[in-house]
Design a protein around this ligand. Structure first.
Ligand code: FCB
Length: 436
């Protein structure tokens, strides 16, 4: 076991999201989301996989919470499916959907596990998409109403509520690259979507605070440092450009009330007079999802990333030092609230052999990232918790069920859950931390 030690009260958890695990997409009055719509279109996902059944967590949440308790998790990050609680994204609420999250939260609390809720993990009600989705400013108002309702319903029982998960993915992968729902390829729309997501975040925080929600309120961003492939001026400028587009485009409006200027970038959103004031609501916490670094090369063909510590099954370079680099850079450049690592983990081609999964590379990945995290904390960054992505193998978006991120293996034919070696390692690690 390791000699790593973290500050007292540091929280250890695991994360999931609604569409990736719940299934039950047509049950108890749930409305369709953009991911139902997108994943059912030919050619959008690996082997046509959809989240129709996923891990069937909607029906199996009790055993899943028991699993978390057996692993000694102190916190669980999950998301609410907006169309499950408000099928059309406006108007009527679906009591059966709301009741599901009540049951989940109460079960977690009964087991001593702190619920950390995310309101938007990419599953916009399809009815709102048909009115334009996030490119339409009104969607931000709809989101604020949804946030307020969920805040009233769960806010006295959960530890934390994050508005959005990874707005960069919704904006860029969803509206510019087109590999995520709703599958647009329109860079100008993407920049407007990013703006409306941040605006909706600010409106949601205002609405939840006005209604007296007691939980900590924040947002979750995916972030990476950027390394120039060479020392040349062009690569260094490219690294800065990519970092600005990926990280600062979201951090600057939240903390500095402006967008960064990016060399060569002509696209700008339509911004109303008061928007920066709304977006920059004080945050109780900032969630950061870290997987890998950005490698910036202007050569043709590009200089490949060295991948000295290998890569994951996603092809993402394993680069734990990037977590220290990123956090210390953020700490120097913004007045950060308490930070949670809300996602970190690896896909690995796990195989169940004789009832066990030997996933030593995942253990090594987590261990190395925890060392990098401990170094950032030593350097003065106020980090309060870590959530492994993911508790369960699950529906990895356009990669379908082809990529396994879980601490717990899921057999999708039988829905049998089998903790992997990494789950037991994490359990023992958490237990060792409780003793320090
Ligand atoms: C993040 C997402 C999460 C999962 C991991 C691998 O970008 O938030 O849902 O797909 O990547």
């Amino acid at each position: 076991m390791t000699s790593l030690s973290f500050p007292p009260g540091f929280v250890w958890g695991a994360a999931t999201s609604a569409y990736q695990i719940e299934g039950a997409v047509r049950e108890d009055g749930r409305g369709p989301s953009i991911w139902d719509h997108f994943s059912h279109q030919a050619g959008t996902t690996f082997q046509g996989h959809t989240g129709d059944v996923a891990c069937d967590h909607y029906h199996r949440y009790e055993i899943d919470v028991d699993l978390m308790a057996a692993l000694g998790l102190q916190a669980y990050r999950f998301s609410v499916s907006w169309p499950r609680v408000q099928p059309l994204g406006q108007g009527a609420w679906n009591e059966k959907g709301l009741a599901f999250y009540d049951r989940l939260v109460d079960r977690l609390l009964a087991k001593g596990i702190a619920p950390h809720v995310t309101l938007y993990h990419w599953d916009l009600p399809q009815a709102l998409q048909e009115r334009g989705g996030w490119v339409v400013r009104d969607t931000a108002q709809r989101f604020a109403e949804y946030a307020e309702r969920m805040g009233r319903r769960l806010g006295d029982r959960v530890a934390a509520i994050a508005t959005h998960n990874e707005p960069w993915c919704t904006a860029i992968l969803g509206h510019e690259v087109g590999k995520f729902a709703p599958g647009w390829r329109d860079p100008q729309a993407a920049v407007q979507v990013a703006h409306h997501l941040l605006l909706s975040h600010g409106l949601a925080l205002q609405a939840m605070r006005a209604s007296g929600v007691r939980a900590s309120l924040g947002i979750v961003l995916n972030q990476s440092p950027a390394t120039p492939a060479t020392d040349g001026q062009a690569d260094r400028a490219e690294a800065q450009r990519q970092f600005a587009a990926f990280v600062r485009w979201y951090m600057d409006p939240l903390f500095l009330k402006r967008y960064p200027t990016i060399d060569g970038r002509a696209l700008h959103p339509v911004v109303d007079e008061n928007d920066f004031e709304i977006m920059a609501q004080p945050l109780d916490f900032l969630g950061i999802n870290y997987y890998t670094r950005i490698w910036a090369s202007t050569a043709q063909p590009p200089v490949p990333a060295p991948k000295r510590q290998g890569e994951t099954d996603m092809g993402w370079e394993i680069y734990p030092e990037g977590l220290t680099e990123l956090l210390t850079w953020l700490h120097r450049n913004y007045r950060l609230p308490p930070v949670y690592i809300t996602e970190n983990g690896m896909a690995h081609p796990d195989r169940l052999v004789d009832g066990a999964v030997a996933d030593q590379p995942r253990i090594d990945y987590v261990h190395a990232h925890l060392q990098a995290l401990a170094r950032a904390i030593e350097a003065g960054v106020d980090v309060r918790g870590y959530f492994y992505w993911s508790l369960l193998d699950n529906y990895e978006w356009d990669s379908g069920y082809g990529k396994r991120f879980g601490l717990v293996h899921v057999d999708y034919d039988t829905q049998v859950r089998t903790p992997k070696a990494s789950a037991y390692w994490y359990r023992d690690f958490i237990a060792s931390q409780r003793r320090t």
